[in-house]
Design a protein around this ligand. Structure first.
Ligand SMILES: [Zn+2]
Length: 115
């Protein structure tokens, strides 16, 4: 059995989970830290919630990168809140922003350009 301590990049939780083989469903073990947004959740429910948020962000980021073409992952800032996901792109995207933003339709997703 393997154990991983995870610091998701979408919130401040720190969660340890167990898994047997890559691709297996990971099992919650414990949370060493629970962030303010997730403080009302515990155990597997907490893990599922943080994991779902993180996967959603990763999926949307991949779609954004695929559509933008010349955008590097480290050029994109993101913020996940209870209200949704916010991506911020480099200033050179200001002209293409409306097209890019309208091509990615996801509830409560907002995309803007860094000033
Ligand atoms: Zn959290």
């Amino acid at each position: 059995m393997n154990e991983t301590t995870w610091h998701p990049d979408t919130c401040e939780c720190v969660i340890t989970f167990q898994w047997d083989r890559p691709g297996d469903t990971p099992r919650f073990k414990h949370a060493t830290q629970t962030c303010l947004r997730h403080r009302d959740k515990q155990g597997q429910l907490l893990f599922d919630c943080v994991l779902a948020e993180n996967r959603r962000k990763n999926q949307l980021l991949l779609e954004l990168l695929a559509r933008a073409g010349d955008l590097q992952p480290d050029e994109v800032d993101f913020l996940v809140t209870d209200d949704g996901i916010k991506f911020t792109l480099p200033p050179r995207y200001s002209d293409r922003l409306p097209a890019l933003a309208s091509s990615l339709t996801y509830p409560n997703l907002s995309i803007s350009v860094r000033s």
